[in-house]
Ligand binder design. Structure first.
Ligand SMILES: [Zn+2]
Length: 381
């Protein structure tokens, strides 16, 4: 398998491409930022937000979707610094952790109004399970809800401006056209929102799920969006975006990190709010041969904080380990919430394991070592 000559992304990563020098589109996208005039971008941000600012103080100036993570904490700080009055909206995560709850409370204490929408957990667990077994992504309902819930509220509350965080297509590589996008619209969501071809309407009738169970997962219609004038911007387009920087700033404003590295990651400051995230990241590894540790290492390489050889060592140590625990919670407990045993889970893992990337026995079943880890057929170098 071929890897980027600059970072550690493999060619198996969806939507990634390489230039003639073997440098990946994520690195090229990042390099392009050097030419950005950030003062100009900031002025542009002020122009955009001034246009949407509530004239008489009778409403919010914008809606900012917040998970409670370091990035959303940073977003709220930036908006407050610019004199905006945001309404913070949380689409509650699939399985909120204790530290995640404290970090959400911390955001409200920055001095903002905060709405949190929790979807019926009975239905949600069924969808988690379906999404895991059908498309290999336990976090599918979360990825839908974090887009639909804030947009629905924007329509209902007549607050047209949504301020998202980073354009993930830029930092993590994607089609060139999408990297230039400064706005998030329905088309972006459908193309890059990670829905993996499963539509919300596909769920109706499965596991007793009714249309009325899916209200919060439903994106407003084009007519509704137009009537309310809803538009979305990425803050990462207007201000330099770096997860590590965001974590430093957020911590200065009360954001809590974990005492040790998050399992499967190289950071202690992100993905702290959902016990199911370890499973989500592990499936990325099963499908494409890289996990969250690679993402984090690459962010550091591009910013000169890690050399490529050191990053290779760290990723070898941390990426793709079987998720026995996440945020300290044993996998049996995490799976218990979606009514699945560890044995059933391993069978689902095997089904989604990329047989071209990992060793299998003569019946095509993925081989695991005594730690439960897969044996890669590729070597990260
Ligand atoms: Zn790269």
């Amino acid at each position: 398998m071929r890897f980027c000559s600059s970072c550690l992304y493999p060619e198996s990563k969806p939507d990634l491409w390489f230039d003639a020098n073997g440098v990946c589109s994520a690195c090229l996208g990042y390099a392009g930022r050097g030419a950005v005039d950030w003062d100009k971008r900031r002025a542009e941000f002020l122009r955009v937000t001034d246009r949407y600012r509530a004239k008489d103080g009778g409403n919010y100036d914008c809606i900012v979707p917040v998970s409670g993570g370091k990035d959303s904490t940073y977003q709220v700080i930036r908006l407050l610094q610019h004199g905006l009055k945001p309404l913070c909206v949380t689409a509650m995560t699939d399985s909120l952790s204790e530290i995640g709850r404290r970090n959400l409370e911390n955001i409200a204490r920055l001095g903002v109004d905060h709405v949190s929408v929790t979807i019926n957990p009975v239905v949600r667990r069924r969808i988690n399970r379906l999404a895991l077994t059908e498309i290999g992504d336990i976090s599918w309902p979360e990825h839908v809800a974090i887009f639909t819930i804030p947009v629905r509220l924007a329509v209902q509350m007549r607050v047209p401006l949504l301020v998202w965080g980073e354009n993930s297509q830029n930092e993590y590589g994607g089609p060139a056209a999408s990297q230039e996008h400064s706005t998030l619209d329905r088309r972006w969501l459908e193309e890059f929102g990670g829905l993996l071809g499963l539509r919300v309407s596909d769920l109706i009738g499965l596991e007793n799920i009714k249309r009325s169970d899916l209200v919060q997962f439903t994106y407003p219609t084009d007519a509704e969006l137009k009537a309310a004038g809803v538009t979305g911007i990425f803050l990462g387009y207007f201000f330099p975006w770096d997860g590590y920087q965001n974590a430093l700033i957020a911590q200065g404003y009360g954001f809590e990190t974990q005492g040790r590295l998050v399992e499967g990651s190289l950071a202690n400051y992100e993905n702290l709010d959902n016990y199911q995230t370890g499973i989500h990241d592990y499936f990325k590894y099963l499908k494409f041969g890289f996990g969250r540790a690679t993402d984090i290492a690459n962010n550091h390489i591009r910013r000169g904080r890690l050399t490529r050889p050191d990053a290779v060592e760290l990723v070898r140590r941390h990426d793709g380990k079987f998720p026995w625990t996440y945020l300290g919670r044993p996998i049996a407990e995490i799976l218990g919430e979606i009514d699945m045993t560890v044995e059933e889970f391993v069978a689902v893992c095997d089904r989604f394991t990329n047989k071209r990337l990992f060793k299998t026995d003569n019946r095509g079943k993925p081989i695991r070592d005594r730690h439960g880890d897969l044996v890669p057929l590729f070597e990260l170098r």
